[in-house]
Design a protein around this ligand. Structure first.
Ligand code: IMP
Length: 196
């Protein structure tokens, strides 16, 4: 079965391609159908993941899978949350988002720098699928004081998972997938589909 991967984020496409091999489906990025990402108007990760999956299913005529993910920082009341990609403004890059985060966290002491990545994956079999499937994953950690490492994408250089001394950008890709919110959400979705 061919499934459209409804994301335009190069970092996510790379991670999904790494992780989806064993699943036995053929995943096609939505760009191959000329599909532009819709505006993310939802207030929750679930809303946005489903909105992206339905949009890609509608335009491709195929089942579509999308993730919505982000970083929740306790000292910032859960921000940037669903706005993680555009924290420093619409179209902001990873460096600008990290800079804004580190500035906001400057006065926050070590003991209060807890944060987590969240990921929700939605699978819509058709554009109006009445019972889409969801998978969810969480990755707990802390916000570092300065960026470290060159792997991954997004906030990886300033997030250190619980029990680790390294940033996510210092982990090998396979180490990240084994622990990450996206890896957990994919395994959760897979388990739900198998038991359904
Ligand atoms: P969206 O799901 O496309 O709205 O964007 C999620 C944003 O959250 C990304 O652009 C990153 O800034 C951040 N993010 C999500 N997952 C990760 C990750 O695995 N590492 C680092 N940043 C992430």
């Amino acid at each position: 079965m061919r499934i459209v991967l409804a994301t335009g984020n190069a970092g996510k496409i790379r991670e999904f391609s790494d992780m989806l091999g064993p699943f036995g489906f053929e995943f096609v990025p939505q760009s191959e159908f000329g599909i532009e990402p819709p505006e993310e108007t939802g207030e929750t990760f679930e809303d946005n993941a489903l909105l992206k999956a339905r949009h890609a299913a509608a335009l491709s005529g195929l089942p579509a899978m999308a993730d919505d993910s982000g970083l929740e920082v306790d000292a910032l009341g859960g921000a940037p949350g669903v706005r993680s990609a555009r924290y420093a403004g619409e179209g902001a890059g990873d460096l600008a988002n990290i800079k804004k985060l580190l500035e906001a966290m400057q006065a926050v002491p070590e003991a209060a720098r807890s944060a987590r990545f969240r990921c929700v994956i939605a699978l819509a079999r058709t554009a109006d699928d009445p019972s889409p499937a969801f998978g969810r994953g969480i990755w707990e950690g802390v916000i570092l004081r300065s960026p470290r490492g060159h792997g991954g994408f997004g906030y990886d250089p300033v997030f250190s998972p619980r029990g680790e001394t390294r940033s996510v950008a210092e982990l090998a890709a396979a180490e990240k997938h084994a622990q990450s919110h996206r890896g957990s959400a994919l395994r959760d979705l897979h388990a739900r589909l198998r038991s359904a």
